[in-house]
Design a protein around this ligand. Structure first.
Ligand SMILES: *[C@@H]1O[C@H](CO)[C@@H](O)[C@H](O)[C@H]1NC(C)=O
Ligand SMILES: *[C@@H]1O[C@H](CO)[C@@H](O)[C@H](O)[C@H]1NC(C)=O
Ligand SMILES: *[C@@H]1O[C@H](CO)[C@@H](O)[C@H](O)[C@H]1NC(C)=O
Ligand SMILES: *[C@@H]1O[C@H](CO)[C@@H](O)[C@H](O)[C@H]1NC(C)=O
Ligand SMILES: *[C@@H]1O[C@H](CO)[C@@H](O)[C@H](O)[C@H]1NC(C)=O
Ligand SMILES: *[C@@H]1O[C@H](CO)[C@@H](O)[C@H](O)[C@H]1NC(C)=O
Ligand SMILES: *[C@@H]1O[C@H](CO)[C@@H](O)[C@H](O)[C@H]1NC(C)=O
Length: 431
């Protein structure tokens, strides 16, 4: 009787432990991450309003890649956009009601879709912070380029529009809430003006809503073991599966020279894992006080260059990262003292562009970590990362039971396997 109770207790704790692992629930590496849309009423006259819309990417490591954001909302009345700078509505819509006016409205759509203008737009169509082709950097990587703005003149607004969307998979936006008015600094900071009204809309990301297949996987190796642990088979897709598209090595050059569309699905080099991105973590050397890791990111997508790529890594020894040789690094310390994750990204004009497969598609760095007394060990796969995220997509990791082993050492038991062993012992005791 007592044993069965213990059995049940252990079973429940094993399940509970699995549920607590970070793959479930919200993003623990960026708990406050969001995109905020700010709607500032700047001026109101003759039944029209001048509105400044700003989009801030407050996400620490998720950026917005080409083709970029597509902001839309629903008007509650008969509003039309007379004029727009720094962005444009994709459709003018039915403006026949305004025939005979000196100029037709910019857009009469009930649900306008707004896109950013491209870099190099004539100066008279720009506003400050506009015209980045919809691309927003992550807040950590390049805060100055993590925001966008456009200005519009709207006729007959009565109520705030609703149902805001930013046109990116996985994001949902809340309703507009009125907030204290924005202050605008002018005359070199000597004077501040104030919006007539300001509303914020917060959009957040959920990987479950994005629900796309993995786009990245991790392989591991170390100086102390001959075993190279490859990416798990079918990490991103299985070769020959319907819908999966892959190119053999000999054909790379023909495909990579074809014209491409930013939104086209990836065409990857054939492999057992079929991922467009592979991250390899190699434990290279051990010194007295330090150990050295080499990180290589391979682009196996034949038709995509990743500009401004980033890599987030979770590893307890990042708290004592001594040197990163060929990438930039910034810690993502979210909880004050816990400093176990950070973002790596490329150095401008050197390796910030991860070229398509066939054009030498890889970037790499080495780094030195201090062997912290009390926590550092080569045992149990401790030297391998807990989590790896490329451009916001979590990478598929090999199972801990496959990690390179220390020679003549017992294998690592993760929580689930340990539970399993205890269960087995108890069951045999009962019997
Ligand atoms: C959005 O992100 C900013 C910056 O991290 C944070 O201050 C703000 O509280 C967040 N907003 C919401 C609604 O989570
Ligand atoms: C355009 O709107 C007018 C009224 O605003 C309507 O009479 C007309 O049928 C609409 N045209 C189309 C093609 O929907
Ligand atoms: C958002 O606004 C819509 C329409 O105004 C309303 O139906 C909905 O309940 C609101 N949602 C929240 C969370 O306030
Ligand atoms: C509204 O958004 C702006 C821009 O992100 C931010 O500075 C401001 O603090 C937000 N206001 C509130 C009350 O969240
Ligand atoms: C990627 O960059 C290479 C070299 O700059 C270029 O030849 C190729 O066309 C680019 N590919 C895409 C899809 O833009
Ligand atoms: C976190 O680690 C980085 C180096 O990896 C260090 O520069 C930073 O000071 C650390 N922060 C805290 C709060 O320990
Ligand atoms: C591991 O064990 C084998 C045989 O048992 C031995 O020859 C080898 O030297 C050992 N290696 C280490 C690193 O201890």
């Amino acid at each position: 009787m007592g044993f069965s109770l213990i059995l049940i207790f252990i079973l429940v704790s094993c399940i509970f432990f699995d549920l607590l692992s970070p793959t479930h629930g919200y993003d623990s590496l960026d708990p406050n991450g969001n995109i905020t849309i700010k709607w500032d009423l700047r001026q109101q006259n003759d039944g029209t309003q001048d509105i400044l819309v700003s989009i801030y990417n407050y996400q620490l490591y998720r950026h917005i890649e080409p083709p970029g954001w597509k902001l839309s909302w629903k008007w509650s009345g008969k509003e039309v956009i007379w004029d727009m700078r720094g962005a444009e509505a994709t459709e003018q819509g039915n403006c026949s009601e305004y025939l005979g006016k000196p100029q037709l409205p910019h857009s009469c759509e009930r649900e306008p879709v707004i896109v950013d203008l491209l870099p190099g737009t004539p100066y008279n169509m720009q506003v400050q912070n506009c015209c980045k082709g919809g691309v927003l950097s992550s807040f950590t990587q390049d805060p100055a380029n993590s925001m966008a703005a456009f200005q519009m003149n709207v006729g007959s607004i009565e109520m705030m529009p609703y149902d805001f969307k930013i046109g990116l998979p996985g994001y949902t936006c809340g309703n507009a809430t009125k907030v204290p008015p924005t202050k605008f600094v002018i005359d070199h900071g000597r004077r501040q003006t104030q919006a007539l009204g300001t509303w914020n809309i917060t959009c957040s990301y959920s990987p479950f809503l994005a629900s796309s297949a993995p786009k990245c996987c991790v392989s591991l190796s170390s100086f102390y073991s001959e075993t190279m642990v490859p990416c798990p088979i079918c990490s991103c897709a299985c070769q020959g599966e319907p819908g999966s598209n892959c190119v053999r090595h000999g054909q790379l050059h023909t495909v990579s020279r074809l014209p491409h569309d930013e939104q086209a699905p990836p065409i990857v080099q054939c492999s057992t894992h079929m991922c467009p991105i592979r991250v390899h973590w190699h434990v290279k050397l051990s010194y007295k006080e330090y150990w050295r890791v080499k990180i290589t990111i391979n682009n196996l997508n034949v038709i995509k260059n990743y500009s401004q790529w980033n890599l987030v890594v979770l590893h307890p020894n990042l708290q004592s990262l001594a040197q990163v040789f060929s990438f930039y690094y910034k810690p993502l310390s979210q909880y004050g003292s816990i400093n176990d994750s950070g973002i790596f990204y490329g150095i401008e004009h050197y390796n910030d562009m991860l070229l398509q497969s066939g054009d030498g598609g890889n970037v790499q760095t080495e780094m030195l970590l201090h062997k912290d007394a009390g926590i550092f060990t080569f045992k149990g796969g401790w030297v391998f990362p807990r989590k790896v995220i490329f451009n916001g997509d979590e990478c598929v990791m090999p199972s801990p039971f496959e990690y390179p082993m220390l020679p003549n050492n017992s294998r690592f038991f993760g929580p689930s396997k340990l539970c399993f062993v205890i269960l087995l012992v108890l069951v045999s005791l009962i019997l």
